[in-house]
Every structure is written in C-alpha cells, then in structure tokens.
Design a protein around this ligand. Structure first.
Ligand code: 2NE
Length: 260
C-alpha cells in the first residue's frame, strides 16, 4: 500500500506510525483510518517488531479526531459512520505488541480516544487532551466513553464528556490518562528509551499480558459497536449537523433549539 496520510518507519525493533496531515491538525478521514489499519497490521504481525509508536506529524497535534471538513452527516469511507474507526480502535488493542502514543500537541476528540486506547502514552509538556463530541455534534461511545472511565474513573470521564474542556499534560498525568510528561525537546528520546526497555523484555510474556488486560475490558468493543450504530443515526439529525456546521463556520453552535 502506498501511504498518503501516514508515514511508516522501523528502527531498532520499533515501528513508528505517524499521521501525516498537519494542515488538518492530523484529523483522520476514511483513507487515514484505512492506512493506519494497514500499518498496524504490518507492524503488529512482524516478528522483528517489538513495539509500535503512534504519533502525529508537526508540532501542533497528535490527532484531532474525525476530519470535520470530510464530514457532512457522514464521512467518506466505509464503516458504520463512514470511517472504519471501530476497526482501527480494536486493532490497537488486538496487535500483540504494546502501542505507545507519542503526544506532542493536541489529542482531541477521536485523537484523545486513540491515545487512551494505546497501551501507554508519553506526552510533551505542550500536549493537551480532551473530548469535543458534544460541542461539534458527535460522540465516540464505547472505547471513548466507558473504557475512558476505566482509565480515568467514572466522575472524571463524565466531566470530560459533559464539559468538553481541554486538559494539560500535567492534569492528564494526574488523572491517569497518560504515563509520563517530559519537556517537548525530550519527547523523542524518552519514547526511544521506553521502546528500548520494552525490546529487552520477553515478547511472548508482553503479548500475553496485553491480551489479559484486553480480556478484562473486552465488553467495551460490544458497547462501541452498538454505540456507533446510534451515532450513525445521530449524524442524520439537524442537531448533529448544527455542530459540524458551527465548527466549520467558526461560530458557537445553537443546540438549545433541539432541546427535548
Ligand atoms: C483541535 C482544536 C482544539 C484546536 O484549536 P485551536 O484554537 O488551537 O485551532 P483552530 O483554529 O480551531 O484549528 C486550526 C485549524 O485546524 C483545523 C481547523 O479547522 C483550523 O483550520 P483553518 O481555519 O486554519 O483552515 N482543524 C482542527 N481540528 C480539525 C478537525 N478535526 N477536522 C478538520 N479540521 C480541523 C480545535 O480545532 C478543535 O476543537 N477541533 C475540533 C476537533 C473535532 O471536531 N474533532 C472531531 C470530533 S468527532 C470524532 O473525532 C469522531 C470520533 O471520535 C469517532 C467517530 C467519529 C468521529
């Protein structure tokens, strides 16, 4: 596969998969998801690879979720909502190697969900985290909500979704959303150090450990699948479309007109 939206590189047993759409703040469209799925499979089933790093190109964003400019009630690819995002999220869990999110800037919306699903997250002091769905007419149910609650706790997860605030890397560390924070200039070296430490360990033990963690949270895949069906129906509503329009028109959405 020739990649247009991502960059794939291998070094010292680590595969780095970088979303390369900095002009869109590394938001994903259908093609991006397809390429990420391809690259995760490529690295995940290669015995020479012991660890996978998921990253975003440029300084500003790790990933800001679904590409709002490719989203008018649906996206442009396949999958329940026009993006094979369930497949992508599942695959991060299913590859038998640890996946580390390297977050140098915004991890927002579906980008925050990807980072949360990764086995570990290493962030720069400049990183910011948060969900935006209820601000832009979307929601990422399952892994984005219920699994997030397992990571940061119920109260915090509900706050994250209801208020759609942005959290600094230090706040993310405090709530257990990430593993460590380093100065921006030390991020690459820190990720390389973690990868090197993982490469010294037994790959089979690590893959069994990963699968055992997954087994305890596997029900979230079912919640996600059901939730994505609901999301597809929500995308057809004027309420959801108001959120997308408002974001693209750079104005505040007027959701109260749809109050129930
Ligand atoms: C990311 C954030 C917080 C950045 O804010 P700020 O103020 O620093 O920058 P600004 O001006 O908002 O954004 C800079 C440029 O990046 C684009 C913007 O439109 C803007 O473009 P220009 O005006 O310079 O041309 N940009 C940012 N995020 C984008 C995106 N996701 N798609 C397309 N263009 C994007 C702020 O921009 C923000 O909150 N973005 C909203 C992110 C968003 O709505 N994400 C989708 C949520 S839904 C989702 O992810 C999802 C899912 O998780 C599962 C299934 C389906 C969808």
């Amino acid at each position: 596969m020739d990649y247009q939206d991502i960059i794939y590189a291998e070094k010292a047993g680590a595969a780095t998969i970088t979303i390369n759409r900095p002009d869109k703040m590394n938001a994903f469209r259908g093609q991006t998801c397809e390429e990420l799925i391809h690259a995760l499979n490529r690295a995940g089933w290669n015995d020479d690879i012991g660890v996978i790093v998921l990253a975003g190109a440029g300084d500003r964003a790790f990933c800001t979720g679904g590409d709002q400019s490719a989203h008018e009630g649906s996206y442009d690819g396949r999958g329940t909502i026009g993006l094979p995002v369930e497949e992508l999220q599942s695959l991060i869990r299913d590859v038998p190697k640890p996946v580390i999110a390297k977050v140098q800037g915004y991890a927002i919306g579906g980008g925050n969900v990807l980072a949360a699903i990764c086995d570990m997250t290493i962030a720069s002091e400049a990183a910011q985290f948060g969900q935006v769905g209820p601000k832009v007419g979307s929601v990422d149910p399952g892994f984005g909500t219920a699994y997030l609650a397992q990571v940061v706790g119920e109260k915090k997860a509900r706050e994250i979704w209801c208020l759609c605030r942005r959290y600094t890397a230090r706040e993310a560390l405090e709530m257990g959303l990430i593993n460590t924070v380093v100065p921006a200039e030390e991020l690459d070296a820190e990720v390389e150090r973690w990868c090197a430490e993982i490469m010294e360990k037994s790959p089979t033990a690590i893959s069994i450990a990963k699968r055992s963690f997954n087994a305890a949270t596997e029900h979230h895949r079912g919640i996600s699948s059901m939730g994505m069906q609901a999301l597809a129906l929500y995308y057809e509503t004027e309420e959801s479309q108001e959120g997308v329009k408002a974001f693209l028109e750079k104005r505040k959405p007027d959701f109260r007109q749809f109050k129930k």
